[in-house]
Design a protein. Structure first.
Length: 322
């Protein structure tokens, strides 16, 4: 595939969108990749990273090895993802605490449009496909109602969280951040990113070292999970595309419960910063919300989120051809 600098800039921007989605529970970076037309290329490129790359390097040189794994594409995409996560972690944390209704409304619109987009990619409707949608919807819904586990406190647990979360992050319709939330590691991940930046900017070496070690553990788990799962996902898209699309559609439908803007808190706890945070909640109607529901403003953000997917879809349709 022949690409120019502007193509890689667009890919990096899509990576920024994926990174932004991955920071927020309920939204999948994989969905952004799918909508923007780079998803199958992403999982196929990841699948190409194996021991054979070193054989190509030895026989044909580093340039051929780099091209064999679509290295420029992956570099541009993951650069965007990393920049986005590092840039948005503090902002997302503030929005979750201060403007949760508007934030969740925006992502509710985004996921709602994603359901329509992914669902219409199904080319053949059969009882198996319908059953897959129903089953994955029910499973996803019950996952959103689960109470998070205790925060991770061991290296093995951080590795496990990275492994599971990256699987969800590359799977359209499944939020890696939400999986971290269920595992009790979401707060740790967001705080770790913020402390990494703060430690680096203030010269606090101890803070930076502690945060860096946690990032490395999560990263190692993520790399293992990415490699292991990309092969299975690549095979599914080539041989059972309608079935996997049905499962993804169902997961997104079920996840709408988690990102519904209006919630009633059922259980709270005090986090490491002595802030009261929600552990368990349930979706309620806007008129039953305790406080200002901000209904019309929330509806506007739903529309904005919905419209963003339409824009991404149009960008995806303009992707370069081989």
């Amino acid at each position: 595939m022949s690409r120019h600098l502007k193509d890689y800039i667009v890919i990096a921007l899509k990576g920024i969108g994926m990174g932004a989605a991955d920071v927020v529970p309920g939204v999948s970076g994989g969905t952004i990749a799918f909508i923007s037309g780079i998803y199958e290329e992403l999982i196929e490129s990841i699948d190409q990273i194996n021991i054979d790359v070193f054989k190509v390097w030895k026989k044909e040189g580093i340039k051929s090895a780099w091209e064999s794994i679509n290295g420029s594409f992956l570099l541009a995409l993951f650069s965007g993802i990393i920049i986005s996560i590092l840039s948005l972690a503090k902002l997302i944390k503030w929005l979750l605490l201060n403007e949760p209704i508007l934030l969740w409304s925006f992502f509710f619109g985004l996921v709602l449009a994603s359901i329509l987009y992914v669902g219409k990619q199904i080319t053949s409707w059969s009882p198996k496909v319908i059953l897959a949608i129903v089953a994955s919807t029910v499973l996803s819904y019950f996952i959103t109602m689960a109470e998070p586990f205790a925060s991770p406190d061991s290296s093995l647990y951080l590795l496990f969280c990275g492994f599971i979360a990256i699987i969800a992050m590359i799977l359209p319709g499944v939020s890696g951040a939400f999986i971290l939330l269920i595992l009790g590691a979401y707060e740790t991940a967001i705080n770790t990113i913020n402390k990494l930046i703060e430690g680096l900017s203030t010269g606090n070496f101890e803070m930076f070292k502690d945060a860096f070690l946690k990032v490395v553990l999560l990263g190692i788990g993520a790399i293992i999970g990415l490699k292991v799962f990309s092969k299975a996902l690549n095979w599914m898209f080539k041989h059972q595309k309608n079935l996997i699309l049905a499962i993804l559609t169902g997961f997104m439908i079920g996840s709408l419960n988690k990102i519904w803007p209006w919630k009633e808190t059922l259980k709270t706890r005090i986090n490491s910063e002595d802030i009261e945070v929600t552990v368990l909640d349930r979706s309620i109607l806007p008129q039953n919300f305790d406080g200002d529901s901000r209904f019309w403003m929330a509806l506007l953000f739903v529309i904005i989120g919905f419209a963003l997917i339409l824009i991404l879809e149009r960008l995806g349709n303009k992707k370069p051809q081989a």
